[in-house]
Each structure stands twice: as structure tokens, then as C-alpha cells.
Design a protein around this ligand. Sequence first.
Ligand code: 13P
Ligand code: SF4
Length: 299
Amino acid sequence: MNLLETIQTLKQERHAVILAHNYQRPDVQNLADFTGDSLELARKATAIEAETIVFCGVHFMAETAAILNPDKTVLIPDAHSGCPMADMITAAQLVEFKAQHPAAKVVCYVNSTAEVKAESDCCCTSANAAEIVRHYDGHDVIFVPDQHLGSVVEETLGRKLILWPGYCPTHARINPREIQALKTAHPNALVLAHPECPKPVRIVSDHILSTGQMCTFVKDSPARAFIIATEEGLLHRLRQENPEKAFHRVSPFAVCPNMKLNTVEKVLFCLRDRTPVVSVAEPVAARARRAIEQMLAWS
Ligand code: 13P
Ligand code: SF4
């Protein structure tokens, strides 16, 4: 039996489903039962009947699936697949920040630990951040940890938020000059940028979209060419779904090394060995679940 056949057999034996984020390696995306952005994956995780979820993404995403499915086994192919942005704020730092702004509501980007979610009123993803913050009209809002997504919300809603200075190191490597050069070479191409991109990149872009929104936008758009300012893994899905359109990568450095830790071989090993398991202990899980479920109810 080859690698892929062995995975299929193990999947059946373990009653498992494989979820993958849009930034996963192409062969991991091809293996998955469902590929999507953070919001789509969180939604999917609420509707799973399988006993085991193999989550091909970074740790906070698998944690979200575990929080929403306390009676299922959630496996991650590589336990070291963390998100540096999520680690830019701890629960203790958030508690201290809240004490400085006692009347403020707290919205945390889903790229955060379970402990930070537990200290928040509501979660959001890059697909629904402004929609969530809008629910707190008339309140001060602390937004953690991504300062760039927070600024996009400020620009969209025309209001100030209390921002935490976190950022994504992968999106920080995207350079507006490289985008300008690509625009000159491909004048008809539309530039789509992820809201984790810093402002100088957003300024030279046509649309600011989550990875899932980029997939929908490209499908519906009459444009034939796109410059994609986000992690390079998304280009695989865009090319698969739109073979007649052209996609230009913004930079050879727009690669999230953590997302790439998961491989097809590690999917096989984690199914075979039923490890590493991702779980979140109560009462943190219960408090984090409230923030995630509030987001799902509002989006
Ligand atoms: P999306 O929710 O747009 O897929 O983004 C997740 C992420 O980690 C981006 O860096
Ligand atoms: Fe975290 Fe950035 Fe990687 Fe997304 S791309 S998982 S925000 S480090």
C-alpha cells in the first residue's frame, strides 16, 4: 500500500476527518476532506460527526476545533506548528491590559491561545472582524493581538480601537515595492491583500480579504489575473479552482514556516499513533468556547 492508500485506510479505521487550512502544503490540501480559512474551519468543526479530527493547520486552529468538540479526539500532524502572532500576547498580559481599560469589551482574533480567548468577550477572524466589533458600538473595544487587522477594522468602521501591537511575521515580509513592480509587469491584475498585511501593502492593494474571501472573490470576478498578497499556500487552491486565471506570488518570503511543518507523512503518523492530541482543559475551554460561540452566532 502506498502512503495515500495507508492514510485512507487509517482514516476509516479511526473514523477520522482531515481539515486543512488554505496555507497548508499542496499535497496536504489535496488530502484533506475540507480546506478553508479560519472561520470556515471553525464552522466546519461544529458540524463534524467523525470521532477524530486531524487538523492540518497551526496550533490555535486545532485548539479551536478541540474547544468546540470536547468529546472528540483532535490530532495535529506536527505539535510544533504554532503561530508567532498568537504568542505575542499572554493571558496575564491581557488581564493587565484589561485592568487599564476596565470598561472596554475585548475582541480577540482567533489567532490567539485558548487562555487569551477565555479572557475575551468575543473572537473574530479576518473574515468577520469588523462585523463583530460593530456589535460593540458605544463601547471602548480592546482588539488583540493583530494591530494590522485591528487597523483594518478601524478604517472600515471609522472608529478607534485599543490595539495590541502584535503582527504576523510572514505578512510583515511582504514588500509594497515588490507589489508595485508586479503591477507594472501585469497592469490588468487585481491586487488582493490579507488584512494581516501592514498598511503600506494595503495601500497598494485593490481589495482586503481573508483567504476564504479571496477564493470566492476570484471565482466571481471577471478579472483574469491576480497578485496575491498573502501566504503562498493559497495560490495552490486558487490555481486548482481557477485554471484559466493567472496568479502572481508577491514574494518568495511570504511563507509561514509553521504552516509548512505539517506533511503528508506526519498525517499518516498521527493517524497511526493517535498523537499528538490537542486538548484544552476546563474551565479555560468553557470560557474560550463562549467567546468562539459568540462569534459564530454573530457571523
Ligand atoms: P484566514 O482566516 O484568512 O485563513 O487567515 C488565517 C491566518 O492565520 C492568516 O495568517
Ligand atoms: Fe500565524 Fe502568520 Fe502563520 Fe497565520 S501566517 S499562522 S498569522 S504566523
